[in-house]
Design a protein around this ligand. Structure first.
Ligand SMILES: [Zn+2]
Ligand SMILES: [Zn+2]
Length: 476
């Protein structure tokens, strides 16, 4: 709104502050009954000011002019018989001087104030009258920032009216979805323009809400036996994908802090939503399931460490938007010394420096390869070659360069990344080409038998129905 504000101030050639109305804040001017000349002196202004401070501005209408002005006031013509100005101040003068009459008068308030916030029609009204009165008398604006917003309209963009029957009561939405859904709606909206509200919008938002809630629920469920004071694993021992997840959370922190600082709540909302759906639900949480449910203690603690650290930051980032849900999550998070009972009393997480470019590039590449693999797995599922992905064994036909890249990743980690039972790397041509240069993918039903515990297919499943890994873990 910066240009709008500048334009409206520039194009305003004058400001007539008097209005001919029967009631309002009076213009404290007197006229001589004999010669008709106006009378404004320090003493006359002080008399009115003292009276208003004592009795309020309605006193103007209660008393006669001669009772308000001190007897010592005399007109240039020698007379001392007065009448009051019948006009009132423009209401914008009234509200436009609240920075002085309210903010500077009351000890609990500050001046200049942090922010003036109102609808976009106030560029001509309150925002501007405040600016004019303050710049004229103090040389500065009365506010550090101005934030303006549009209005709520219905799903078709029409103004809400009781008579049109398209209004929405917040109480109805709260009854159906809970108050946090309204908060989520506020955060998700681009409030710089008119904001749409309607049943379908709230239904969609309740699904987004559920995604966020379920993300937290998964993390909480999987750290139920995790004591952060005892079980936390050091950074350098974490799996690389755990560090990738922490880095994704770090990026979320950076984006959301920046969005909050710029009151760009819809950007914060979208970052949060994408983190839950793309980074966590569709990737990280999916990939680490095997490690959380079936792996040995150390591998599991690594994943839990990442989940715990992500959940703590995630909940803090969520708190300004979903204040009820975030506290609900927070109350179940095992606390370390110094953590508060209420998440709103915590500090926002700080974004750390981004991971190095080689790390980023490596994971971008893994993601791209994963996308190609997923397409082939989907086709194999459609062709009834496999049911779940874990029934699949993959053969990746690689150029020398891609082979070296993938061969540097431990094979069982690679299988976990694609959530399949087995991966074979072959240097050469073959398989289905996707978007990744130098890679062909083919999927077949994995050889061997299904381990009863982890459901992966292994050629070495024992008589007890367990793969060697699971047999070892159970022994431990
Ligand atoms: Zn006079
Ligand atoms: Zn197993």
């Amino acid at each position: 709104g910066h240009d709008r504000m500048a334009g409206m101030v520039r194009d305003r050639s004058d400001w007539c502050i008097s209005r001919q109305r029967v009631w309002g804040v009076p213009i404290p001017v007197f006229y001589c009954k004999k010669c008709g000349k106006y009378h404004i002196t320090d003493a006359s202004i002080k008399a009115v000011s003292d009276l208003f401070r004592k009795e309020g501005s309605d006193a103007w209408y209660k008393y006669d002019a001669n009772d308000i002005l001190p007897k010592t006031e005399v007109c240039e013509c020698g007379a001392s018989d007065w009448e009051k100005d019948p006009d009132i101040m423009d209401v914008w003068f009234d509200s436009g001087s609240t920075w002085s009459a309210v903010c500077r008068e009351r000890p609990e308030l500050r001046w200049p104030v942090d922010m003036y916030m109102e609808g976009a029609d106030q560029f001509r009204g309150w925002f501007q009258s405040s600016l004019l009165t303050c710049v004229a008398t103090q040389g500065i604006a009365p506010y550090k920032e101005v934030l303006c917003h549009g209005w709520v309209v219905d799903e078709k963009g029409k103004q809400m009216h009781k008579s049109a029957g398209n209004g929405m009561e917040p109480s109805e939405i709260i009854r159906d979805y809970g108050a946090d859904i309204i908060r989520l709606w506020v955060a998700s909206s681009d409030y710089t323009v008119d904001v749409r509200a309607g049943k379908e919008i709230f239904r969609q938002l309740s699904e987004a809400y559920r995604k966020m809630r379920n993300t937290a629920r998964f993390m909480l469920g999987n750290i139920s036996d995790f004591d952060p004071a005892k079980d936390m694993v050091d950074d350098d021992q974490l799996f690389e994908i755990d560090r990738w997840a922490l880095e994704a959370c770090n990026k979320l922190t950076a984006t959301m802090r920046d969005a909050y600082e710029h009151y760009d709540f819809s950007r914060a909302y979208h970052a949060l939503y994408n983190f839950c759906v793309i980074d966590m639900s569709n990737f990280y949480m999916d990939v680490i399931k095997d490690r959380l449910y079936c792996a040995d203690d150390h591998a599991r603690r690594c994943a839990q460490t990442a989940l715990y650290r992500i959940l703590v930051d995630f909940t803090k980032l969520l708190a300004p938007i979903l204040c009820f849900t975030s506290q609900e999550i927070w109350s179940y998070i095992p606390k370390l010394d110094g953590m508060k009972d209420y998440v709103v009393f915590e500090q926002m997480p700080e974004a750390k420096a981004a991971a190095d470019e080689a790390f980023e590039a490596k994971w971008d590449r893994i993601m791209a390869i994963r996308d190609d693999v997923k397409k082939v797995l989907e086709q194999a599922r459609a062709d009834k070659v496999i049911g779940s992905a874990l029934e699949a064994g993959l053969t990746l036909y690689c150029s020398k360069e891609v082979y070296d890249f993938l061969n540097a990743i431990p094979m069982d980690e690679l299988a976990d990344l694609f959530i399949v039972s087995h991966v074979d790397l072959v240097e050469g041509e073959g398989g289905v080409k996707g978007l990744v240069e130098g890679l062909g993918v083919s999927a077949a039903h994995a050889a061997g038998n299904k381990c009863l515990r982890c459901w992966k297919y292994e050629t070495t499943v024992g008589e007890d129905g367990l793969c060697p890994r699971c047999a070892k873990v159970l022994k431990q």
